[in-house]
Design a protein around this ligand. Structure first.
Ligand code: PLP
Length: 361
């Protein structure tokens, strides 16, 4: 373990050490097959078992009811920005969107290419420092769904309370996937890129309510159709075999660690420790997010000047605390503390923050 650093990357990001070791140990000769998993047919017995297990485990660990199916798709979360309106917005229906920041804006931009879309609430006015309450949402007639970004990875805000509206929710959960339970009865779809809590890059994990597939648009290319992927168990074409394999291992690790409740408790403990370090710094560190909307996964903070932020990022890296630079679009600092990041990494960071403040104020 000696060379493992504290990795606060926003994604791809740190994965459980034991998962990496296990994958390494069985990589070259997968279960005596005489070849690795990424060299064999995706329709053979070995991969079949891997995919089957990953599907079952994802339903179990994320506590998904049986009226949903899970799909393993390529194109990341961003392809879903297009696939959702392509499949669901027809017959003149509208898509409602909460504009909560960078990723929500991307979802809106893409959806506009395929259907009638409106912004039910716009966070631009308060610089994306909070999520809306339900009574702030301005819903229109003939709305098919309300799309929310449950956690904005760049702005560091999350929905602490789920919106209460008369239409189904669709959630981009990329950066807090399987880090908290969700009220499935409110959702038609939940999706996200795997590379932030679930595994390596190269796959989107999509949960879709089965009943909506009877009424999706069929006048689009086959790969873009949810109903086809669902009817083929995500084997319509060659699936992302390595990400599915790693995802299965991460799920096993999550289950062993205590499942969703344990992930949520750990995230709450880690984020509290960091927000406390920020709030108790006499204003030296400052979090630009309203307290009620603070993310449990991406903790953003500023220092008194951009110069000090540069110094902070450089010196922390020297101490083995990596990837604390905020997204290039907003600057500042950001610590992404996904499920697999150990509590000790957060402790190392809060200690460094204290020492840095003492030396630089
Ligand atoms: C990272 C991210 C995306 C983009 O995911 P890709 O898998 O790179 O397409 C979309 N939405 C959110 C909330 C994200 O954090």
């Amino acid at each position: 373990m000696t060379n493992r650093k504290h990795n606060f990357s926003a994604g791809p990001c740190t994965l459980p050490f034991e998962v990496l070791e296990e994958a390494q140990s069985e990589f070259v000769d997968y279960q005596g097959a005489g070849m690795s998993l990424i060299e064999m047919s995706h329709r053979g017995v070995h991969f079949d078992a891997v995919a089957d297990e990953a599907m079952k485990m994802s339903m179990e660990v994320f506590e998904v009811p049986e009226d949903f199916s899970v799909l393993f798709l390529q194109g990341g979360a961003i392809l879903q920005f297009s696939m959702i309106p392509m499949n669901l917005l027809h017959n003149g229906q509208k898509g409602a969107y909460v504009n909560s920041g960078t990723w929500a804006k991307g979802a809106i931009t893409d959806a506009k290419q395929y259907g009638e879309v409106y912004t039910a609430w716009d966070g631009a006015e308060n610089n994306y420092s909070r999520m809306p309450s339900s009574d702030e949402l301005q819903m229109q007639d003939n709305t098919r769904y309300l799309h929310i970004t449950t956690n904005e990875t760049i702005g560091g805000i999350r929905f602490a309370e789920w919106p209460d509206v008369d239409v189904p929710l669709i959630g981009d959960m990329s950066s807090e996937y399987m880090a908290r339970p969700i009220p499935w009865e409110k959702f038609d779809m939940v999706y996200g890129g795997a590379q932030k809590n679930l595994g390596p890059a190269g796959m989107a994990v999509v949960f879709v309510r089965k009943s909506i597939l009877e009424n999706t648009n069929q006048n689009i290319g086959r790969y873009l159709r949810y109903d086809i992927h669902e009817s083929k168990d995500s084997m319509f074409n060659t699936p992302p075999v390595f990400p599915i394999y790693m995802f299965g291992k991460v799920l096993k690790w999550m289950k062993k660690e205590g499942g969703l409740a344990a992930m949520e408790a750990k995230a709450s403990k880690k984020s509290s420790a960091l927000y406390n370090a920020i709030d108790q710094s006499d204003g030296y560190y400052n979090c630009p997010v309203e307290v009620a909307s603070r993310s449990h996964m991406n903790v953003v903070f500023r220092l008194p000047s951009e110069e000090l932020e540069k110094k902070f990022i450089a010196e922390s890296a020297n101490e083995g605390l990596l990837n604390l630079k905020g997204h290039r679009s907003v600057g500042g600092c950001r610590a992404s503390i996904y499920n697999a990041l150990p509590y000790e990494s957060v402790t190392a960071l809060t200690q460094f923050m204290e020492a840095f403040r003492a030396a630089n104020s």
